[in-house]
Design a protein around this ligand. Structure first.
Ligand SMILES: [Zn+2]
Length: 104
């Protein structure tokens, strides 16, 4: 599965200029050297580099981005699977409860 990550997101982030204020007692884990955006974790910084500055990335940074992107995709899939299973359980739980109560 070697899909090129998210061209649409890259296009989207080009138009979004977030206003960021870091509290004085909070130190960012990393700051983007290209746009000065602070990040709470190295993982978020790696994702930002790959999404917002892909042409400026070194090969190591690109490889790190691919790894973090794959982890992120897996985490998102796991989250979606949990949501679907929870909704199914809720649906059948409510249905069976309703059927049992309605039939007495
Ligand atoms: Zn940046």
């Amino acid at each position: 599965m070697s899909r090129e990550p998210l061209g649409e997101t890259r296009m989207f982030t080009r138009f979004v200029e977030p206003e960021l204020a870091v509290p004085e007692d909070d130190q960012p884990a990393a700051t983007c050297p290209y746009c000065d955006r602070p990040f709470r974790t190295e993982r978020l910084y790696t994702l930002h580099l790959g999404e917002a500055h892909p042409e400026a990335c070194s090969e190591d940074e690109r490889e790190a981005y691919r790894e973090v992107y794959e982890e992120e995709s897996h985490d998102l899939f796991t989250f979606h699977a949990k949501v679907v299973v929870s909704l199914l359980l809720l649906y059948f739980g409510v249905s069976y409860t309703y059927a049992l109560v309605w039939h007495g």
